[in-house]
Design a protein around this ligand. Structure first.
Ligand code: PMP
Length: 378
């Protein structure tokens, strides 16, 4: 027998395996609706203008040196502020331990290792369903996992009672993985009131939340609103961990840019925890990559680029009323001035009360309509 005859073929990844099948299909009609990556109208990856500009600004600079084990200081500081809120007391009081991570996956992986070492005997509770890689990550770190109820098929919504029961039943001090916003794969998020109840229930049981935030800015269009879940938990006095990814919200998929932070009780504890996060990272990958972290830092540090990024991440308004309302018309909520601007700048005409006759919208003009509405409302 050959040396590796005993090695079986590994099962295909449930998400990336789909891309392999897609690439192997030669039909011009093929569509890839598997992987979570934003594409333009031609199916190509989207590069944000703010990122292009940041790239231009760092071009030619000498930046091939290693980063420290923990990553780029300014990047970490900007990331933590983006998540917890500028000037949040836990930041001012130096309670946050943080390292740059290999995107959201790497943040989860380093945390799982930390949990294994310093939260011995705890399980991680993962929502049912969740992003399929969560299981692999904690399994490889040697942490036991269990599921908690999340999605209720009958209502196509949150199984709020089931979730609270599972929070109450888990052993004290368990780790609960929560999707900070835009839950993958269901798209079902708790309401602000439900988040408050979940936070209270977890506090009562002494559970420790790990927030996985892969879509900040892409749930509501507003980075602060999308971080509200985390800030609710902080306001309730939780200690917590957070994994941030810039793969989607800055379109930096292959750059592997993310951040892992842990909020501790004191500056002393945070410093010790941070040193242990570096101790996990060093033998695993030595230090994180530089280029993407520099790009994110440029965008977040520069007022203009940051404003541009906010604009590019999407509408800050909610539009669910368009699909919730019935009949031929969508009562859009646009003002008379916005309607005037649509006519003057975009050749689009409707009554000044913002009423859109959906009968005039078709597959050829809907994209331009959406862009024009975005332009006059943002
Ligand atoms: N967590 C969730 C919930 C995700 O959906 C994703 C991306 N699919 C990730 C983490 C991590 O992605 P990445 O490692 O590319 O940041």
């Amino acid at each position: 027998a050959t040396l590796f005859a005993g090695v079986p073929e590994a099962p295909k990844d449930p998400i990336l395996g789909i891309t392999e099948k897609f690439l192997a299909d030669s039909s011009p009609m093929k569509m890839n609706l598997g992987v979570g990556a934003y594409r333009d109208d031609n199916g190509q990856p989207v590069v944000l203008d703010c990122v292009r500009e940041a790239e231009r600004r760092i071009a030619g600079k000498a930046f091939m040196e290693y980063l420290p084990i923990g990553g780029l200081r300014d990047f970490i500081s900007e990331s933590v502020q983006l998540a917890y809120g500028e000037g949040h007391p836990v930041i001012a009081d130096k309670q946050v331990a943080a390292v740059q991570a290999l995107s959201g996956t790497g943040a989860c992986r380093v945390f799982a290792e930390f949990q294994k070492r310093y939260m011995p005997g705890t399980k991680v509770y993962i929502p049912a369903p969740t992003w399929s890689n969560h299981f692999n990550i904690w399994r490889d770190a040697g942490v036991e996992f269990a599921k908690y109820r999340y999605y209720q098929p009958a209502s196509r919504g949150l199984d709020f009672e089931g979730l609270l029961e599972d929070v109450a039943a888990a052993p004290r001090g368990s780790v609960f993985l929560l999707h900070a916003c835009a839950h993958n794969p269901t798209g079902v998020d708790p309401t602000p009131a439900q988040w408050r109840a979940i936070s209270a229930a977890m506090k009562e049981r002494g559970h420790f939340p790990y927030f996985d935030m892969a879509y900040q800015g892409f749930a509501s269009g507003d980075c602060d609103r999308d971080a509200a879940s985390i800030r609710t938990f902080l306001a309730d006095g939780h200690r917590l961990a957070l994994g941030q990814s810039y793969a989607k919200n800055m379109g930096l998929y292959g750059q592997r840019v993310g951040c892992l932070s842990i909020v501790a009780d004191s500056a002393r504890d945070a410093a010790a925890v941070e040193s242990q996060l570096r101790a996990v990272a060093r033998p695993m990958y030595s230090s994180p990559p530089l280029h993407g972290a520099l790009l994110v830092t440029k965008v977040l540090q520069d007022k203009e680029l940051k404003a541009q990024w906010y604009k590019e991440t999407g509408s800050q308004l909610t539009w669910n009323h368009v699909t919730d309302q019935i009949g031929m018309f969508a009562y859009s909520g646009m003002s008379g001035e916005m309607v005037d601007a649509l006519a003057a700048q975009h050749h689009i005409y409707m009554t000044r009360d913002g009423r859109i006759s959906m009968a005039g919208v078709n597959s050829r003009n809907v994209d331009r309509l959406a862009q024009a509405i975005h332009a006059v409302t943002s």
